[in-house]
Design a protein around this ligand. Structure first.
Ligand SMILES: Nc1ncnc2c1ncn2[C@@H]1O[C@H](COP(=O)(O)OP(=O)(O)OP(=O)(O)O)[C@@H](O)[C@H]1O
Ligand SMILES: [Mg+2]
Length: 272
């Protein structure tokens, strides 16, 4: 085998030719807020004037359609999928192409095929950022993204407590083995304001983000509070960056988007 054949081609998927940056949101652990962060960071980037796509690559429980209130299957043109449009984002999800309520027994090669189809056989068009929401774990979906999108930057999500860290470390190690660039960490569910005192309550303990940041020399891009509006927004199809962008958590998402745009710069679009 020739050496070049071993090296994954640089953005060779036909749908991605005009995508400037791919940002994959990952964590070894389930339920830490990957989808919440992928959706709200994508919206915060779009709010700054960038052209943003969102790909839900969660083969096990695609939740982007619920979080964004999307119900329609995608359109097709010359055997290419047309992403749905909502809140200024272009969106595709495995949940849009599988039967509702039908469990899908995804096996390795099928996972790769499905994700590559959403990535490459789709008319993403000109995008500054394609944000990819990954399922938990270090299995086939993460490996497919690493192989198909070697240039993607990874945003790694953790929660403050020690028990989450082992899984996140495993995921960091996996992406490092593939020579992927991890652009930073986000700690979610860091604290909560109960409304009775000004003191933030650290429900899930503290220090997880800082610990990983020191251990792996990765920047901690933000700490997101627990905010009941995040859960509500996620269930109602109007995520926080649409329903309450100026609350504390919203400002953290904006700050994270700002830091991402420094690491992954794009020409500013003129806004009228
Ligand atoms: N900062 C937060 N404050 C309040 N609720 C939150 C916060 N972050 C996430 N949630 C809620 O926690 C639940 C899990 O979040 P989410 O689905 O984003 O996690 P995930 O890591 O994508 O999960 P999975 O591993 O299943 O894909 C959701 O109900 C979401 O609304
Ligand atoms: Mg998720």
């Amino acid at each position: 085998m020739l050496d070049e054949e071993k090296i994954p081609p640089k953005k060779s998927l036909p749908g991605l030719e005009k995508v400037r940056h791919v940002l994959a949101v990952a964590s070894g652990k389930g339920g830490v807020g990957k989808t919440t962060i992928a959706v709200n960071v994508a919206l915060a980037l779009a709010e700054k004037g960038s052209r943003v796509g969102l790909l839900d690559a969660d083969v096990y429980g695609p939740s982007v359609p619920v979080m964004l209130g999307l119900d329609e299957p995608p359109g097709w043109e010359n055997q290419m999928m047309i992403p749905a449009q909502k809140f200024g984002l272009r969106i595709l999800s495995l949940g849009m192409i599988t039967e509702k309520g039908q469990p899908v027994a995804w096996r390795g090669p099928l996972v790769s095929k499905a994700i590559n189809q959403l990535l490459g056989q789709a008319l993403w068009g000109d995008l500054d950022y394609l944000v990819v929401d990954l399922p938990p774990g270090t299995g086939d979906p993460s490996i497919t993204v690493a192989q198909s999108l070697p240039e993607a930057g990874i945003l790694m999500v953790t929660t403050p407590q020690e028990v989450a860290l082992a899984d996140v470390r495993r995921a960091i190690d996996l992406f490092k083995r593939f020579n992927m660039k991890i652009i930073g960490l986000v700690e979610n569910m860091s604290y909560f304001f109960c409304g009775h005192t000004e003191t933030p309550i650290e429900i899930f303990g503290r220090g997880g983000g800082e610990k990983l940041s020191e251990e792996f020399k990765l920047p901690l891009l933000g700490k997101i509070p627990i905010d009941l509006a995040i859960g509500k927004g996620g269930d109602s199809g109007a995520p926080l960056m649409v329903s309450a962008p100026n609350c504390e958590a919203g400002r953290v998402f904006q700050a994270i988007a700002e830091k991402i745009s420094e690491v992954m710069p794009c020409q500013k679009l003129a806004r009228y």
